[in-house]
Design a protein around this ligand. Structure first.
Ligand SMILES: Cc1cc2nc3c(=O)[nH]c(=O)nc-3n(C[C@H](O)[C@H](O)[C@H](O)COP(=O)(O)OP(=O)(O)OC[C@H]3O[C@@H](n4cnc5c(N)ncnc54)[C@H](O)[C@@H]3O)c2cc1C
Length: 417
């Protein structure tokens, strides 16, 4: 049964909100978020470096993590307020997505004390960057078909195989990797979750060029690559369970703030429609209204998720699957609308050649190349195409909703699968 959603926060949460607002005012560059504020490429780079240090000093990166491992131990509600205030100010709140959101929480849940001591501080201060080595050429949605192998040789695992679509592999210090450690075991058994250093001779990274010319993700080849025996998280041959935890984090974060980026984008699309007189076109108005309603639904669903989480009635996989499917499909429709509103202007490279270069920076602007300067709406349009794929495709989310939320019969498997 659904719980009633309370949209007010207790006074102590509001007091904490004031504290965060004060910190942001003190630390953000002058004029941040005001109309006309801009940074050159170099200014942006140095802002990103400085900002990560400031976040780490404030304790705001992964602030709910335990004090024993260098976190601030914030409550869930405090963390929500923190995320809301950073989102309101448009200030970045992470050092490294893969570290903060995926492997960090996984190590905290499954890792040994030594692993926590070794890896968590580097995630908290942004000094270790990570990439995710799950997908392979023949193992995406059907991840358990993965073939990359790891074999013990004395005190080390020796890894051979190939990963693909590995975002940020060209910049990462470590990869959290799924490898088959018992080839005789059943498909979902015999997999281990390894933490492998990237900068070693046995690893070759080949960038994959994307539609907008940038190369954000890669093929990664392992030929006798090595990692210490103790870098298995959650036990040898237990990697499937551990990986499912990581995917749960990937599908279920930023409950009450996720909608904001879509709301901001909608404002920009409305602005673009007004500038072209298209706000008077009844079909455009209707599509804008549909997006507005969808953004409201995301906002309210976010509060529903928070209410359930605070009351312990949360089922991450169920809510995460519904939310992922809804926002990713809505966003694609929204960005198609944006391109229709821009009309012929959408065909022109409208970005700032100096401003959006893809870099290894932790909070770097995501897209584009100096010689293919897409603007933010164009970049978002391109990237929205991938959003129904990464983190579990929309079809897979539908399977999860069908089977685990609605209790429908399980999808038939091919013989031998
Ligand atoms: C931008 C981006 C970044 C990524 N970053 C990473 C990363 O850092 N690390 C990493 O490991 N991976 C990453 N991936 C890979 C991503 O996880 C996979 O692309 C995804 O899991 C889908 O796998 P696949 O591409 O092999 O497609 P497939 O699994 O081959 O799917 C092909 C099509 O078949 C459908 N389909 C498959 N199985 C079923 C089924 N059972 N029922 C119904 N339909 C089905 C799918 O929905 C899809 O439409 C990234 C992908 C993208 C797009």
């Amino acid at each position: 049964m659904s719980l009633p959603v309370d949209l007010t926060y207790p006074p102590e949460a509001e007091a904490f909100r004031g504290e965060i607002r004060g910190w942001l005012e003190e630390n953000l560059p002058e004029g941040w978020g005001e109309p006309g504020f801009s940074m050159t490429h170099d200014e942006r780079k140095s802002f990103e470096e400085e900002w990560t240090k400031k976040l780490a000093a404030g304790g705001w990166i992964c602030s709910s993590w335990p004090v024993d491992y260098g976190g601030k131990g914030l409550s869930l509600l405090q963390q929500v307020v923190l995320t809301e205030e950073f989102a309101r100010a448009g200030a970045p709140l992470r050092a490294d997505f893969f570290g903060d959101t995926l492997v960090g929480p996984t190590i905290l849940q499954w890792g040994s004390n030594d692993q926590k001591r070794h890896f968590i501080p580097g995630i908290l201060d942004g000094s270790i960057s990570w990439c995710q080595g799950f997908s392979e050429p023949d193992a995406g949605s059907d991840l358990a078909s993965l073939k990359t192998r790891a074999e013990l040789d004395g005190d080390e695992w020796v890894i051979n195989g190939q990963k693909v679509w590995t975002t940020q592999a060209q910049f990462a210090d470590y990869i959290f990797l799924l490898a088959r450690t018992d080839p005789e075991a059943e498909k979902h058994a015999g997999i281990s979750y390894l933490l492998v250093p990237m900068k070693q001779p046995g690893i070759e990274v080949r960038p994959i060029a994307q539609i907008d010319g940038s190369a954000e993700f890669n093929e990664v080849f392992f030929t006798d690559a090595r990692c210490p025996k103790d870098n298995v998280v959650g036990g040898v041959n237990n990697g499937w369970k551990v990986a499912m935890t990581t995917l749960g984090f990937e599908r279920g974060t930023s409950a009450t703030t996720g909608y904001r980026r879509f709301a901001k984008e909608l404002d920009r699309i409305i602005e673009a429609a007004r500038a072209r007189g298209k706000e008077r076109d009844p079909l455009v108005r209707q599509r804008l209204a549909e997006v507005w309603c969808a953004v409201k639904i995301m906002q309210i669903n976010g509060y529903r998720t928070l209410t359930d989480t605070l009351n312990g009635t949360h089922h991450a996989a169920k809510l995460g699957a519904c939310n992922k499917m809804f926002w990713s499909e809505t966003h694609q429709r929204t960005m198609e609308l944006a391109m229709d509103v821009l009309g012929m202007d959408a065909q022109i490279l409208r970005g700032d050649p100096g401003g959006v270069e893809m870099s290894g920076g932790r909070t770097a602007a995501r897209r584009g190349r100096a010689d293919y300067p897409v603007d933010e709406l164009q970049a978002s349009f391109f990237f929205s195409r991938s959003e129904t794929i990464w983190g579990g495709t929309a079809e897979i989310q539908r399977n999860i909703v069908g089977e685990r939320v609605l209790g429908l019969p399980k999808e038939p498997k091919a013989p031998g699968a």
